[in-house]
Design a protein around this ligand. Structure first.
Ligand code: ADP
Ligand code: MG
Length: 256
């Protein structure tokens, strides 16, 4: 059975897409069968996986509104080593169109049942909002991975996200839990980074992943080459950190 994780944080620019793309590639490098689902109309995870969002015949939009099955929409990211449910601007209209659909928050969950046997991991890149799209991600998932920067305002939005996850757990998806907080774009030389990081450890204990993703320019450069950083430059510090994070995730799934 596939383990399904949503990568979520309602703030933009906190490393959701970078984490989804690189964790997917790193899990694939560890021999796992992976499906990446791009739920952001910006299509950054699609482009970052080497798939051109401007020339998609079909996208996750068509699956969500019921025009196509998930199997008809998925495509292979050859160089990256995993499958993708791609996205582009079409998805921006989905929210409004879904208003009339029955069971609209479970469109993705229901579709994933068809392909459950094909994957070890399904990773969902959520948009920077707590919208119907993110809700579809949270309703489909077993767990949430929350990337965060260790800066002063990082903790501020966290309680909104945690409350949303609690509500989804209570009303819609009893499986859902926070798997962990992932420290990203970490600068070990910054005192503030270290203080916030220590605060996270103290508050959230083993909900904080051991792997820490450093700020690393190779991770930021990789999308312009249409590759995950882990494939673009495997030796880079950031790539190595995502490979460690993938090993940690595999360990956690094994432990149950
Ligand atoms: P989100 O999906 O949450 O909006 P992104 O993953 O797109 O965030 O990251 C925002 C920006 O930060 C991007 O330009 C990305 O390349 C850059 N970035 C993300 N993680 C790192 C990192 N560890 N080191 C350097 N740059 C990073
Ligand atoms: Mg993003």
């Amino acid at each position: 059975m596939a383990k399904i994780f949503a990568v979520a944080n309602q703030k933009g620019g906190v490393g959701k897409t970078t984490t989804t793309v690189n964790l997917s590639a790193a899990l694939a490098a560890h021999g796992q069968r992976v499906l990446l689902i791009d739920l952001d109309p910006q299509g950054n995870a699609t482009m970052g996986s080497g798939i051109d969002k401007r020339s998609l015949p079909v996208s996750v939009y068509h699956q969500l509104v019921g025009l196509k099955s998930l199997a008809e929409v998925r495509t292979r990211a050859e160089a990256a080593g995993y499958d993708v449910l791609p996205s582009n601007r079409d998805l921006a209209g989905a929210e409004v169109e879904m208003v009339d659909l029955e069971n609209r928050e479970n469109r993705l969950r229901d579709a994933l049942r068809e392909v459950d046997a094909d994957y070890d991991f399904v990773l969902i890149d959520c948009p920077p909002s707590l919208s119907m799209l993110t809700l579809n991600g949270l309703c489909a998932a077993h767990g949430v991975i929350i990337p965060m920067q260790c800066e002063y305002y990082a903790l501020e939005g966290l309680s909104d996200l945690v409350n949303t996850i609690k509500q989804v757990h209570a009303k819609m998806n009893r499986d859902l839990k926070i798997i962990g907080l992932l420290r990203v774009m970490f600068d070990p030389r910054s005192t503030l980074s270290q203080q916030v990081s220590a605060q996270l450890d103290a508050h959230f204990g083993d909900k904080v992943f051991k792997a820490i993703i450093p700020r690393n320019v190779r991770l930021a450069e990789a999308p312009s080459h249409g590759l995950p950083g882990v494939i673009f430059d495997r030796a880079a510090k950031g790539s190595q950190a995502y490979l460690s994070f993938a090993a940690e995730m595999i360990g956690r799934v094994k432990e149950g």
